[in-house]
Design a protein around this ligand. Sequence first.
Ligand code: GDP
Ligand code: MN
Length: 387
Amino acid sequence: MKLHEYQSKFRFADYGIPIPHGKVATTSNEAFAIANDVGCPVVIKAQVLVGGRGKAGGVKLARSPEEAEQHAASILGMNIKGLTVKKVLVDPASEIENEIYLGVTTDRAARRSVIIASAAGGVEIEEVAAKTPEKIIRVLVDPYLGLRDYQARDIANDIGLPREHWKQFIQIAQALYRCYVESDASLAEINPLVVTRAGDLLALDGKMVLDDNALFRHADLAEMRDSDEEAPAETHARQAGLSYVKLDGEIGCMVNGAGLAMATMDMTKLFGGSPANFLDIGGGAKADKVAAALRIILADPNVKAVLFNIFGGITRCDEVAHGIIAALEEVQTNVPMVARLVGTNEQEGRDILASAHMITAVTLADAARKAVEAARTAPARIVKETL
Ligand code: GDP
Ligand code: MN
């Protein structure tokens, strides 16, 4: 789950990181009032969950409340990389001397958190990473010791930060690391962290990505989720308790168990097809969950066939079969379906599906081959499902 800039920065501020004290507006009138309140000049910033807002025209400087109102009016409703702007952050503007990049993420290979920093921060950071990677400093953090003073000092030195800013930089880097760890984040980023004309460090932009699997222990963060900004399929999957990842292929897969789902995707590939999604309905899935999963799969217009691969351990095959039939009564479709059910009550399950004219299979290889074949010869879809 991604946090908006304002949510990330407010969280950073809780950890003592200096941020501009702005407020969020949903109308241009509100932006006028906030600009009046915090004092001009202000920056009006689109709050959408993508980067590169500045280059897309979503960050504008205003010298008066009237100008703030005009900019807010033009930014609200703007489409940035497919997302509609519904909120703007109105921040007091800063005079920038220098833009630094500072972030924390996970280095999977090293199995540690890594601090990433660069003197060449700002909107061109991707370009810096691609063309001059030597300008980017990386420091691994020992999880038991945390980010030590000397490490933060080394970073400040390596990015050529003038010594008078080191004390503040060290505090910010350590605070950002703590915020990252305590939020169960996979990314906490300040870009740019600026040195102002007045000689202070200030986090002008913020971004956080949280680990969805840890949200259960962060009720305050979980409720910051902005469902408006999520693909509808992901919202529905989350609400139904399904693990779903959309992919680009044509074979919708419904599987119970993450490992089995991976194997099913591999098999689909092996027989010349391509999976439209990863979908794990989990153990003990009942009919309503199966129906929700089927609706999500069929809402993807690329899907030409659906492959069910169910191992009946805790989940009973007849229960899943009932779920599929119930779902098919609601979701009218001519998309061909192939089912492979094995385990508890498999014969009952297969009988139920065969009576509904579904293609059944006993082995996974057989099921994958049939699904690929069905997708290849499938007629045009007559009903388009929407979520
Ligand atoms: P992003 O493009 O989505 O990363 O949005 P940012 O919040 O990082 O803003 C993009 C750029 O706008 C920054 O790198 C700054 O150069 C500029 N910017 C943002 N806030 C201010 C400000 O208060 N004053 C000035 N002068 N520039 C700003
Ligand atoms: Mn930025």
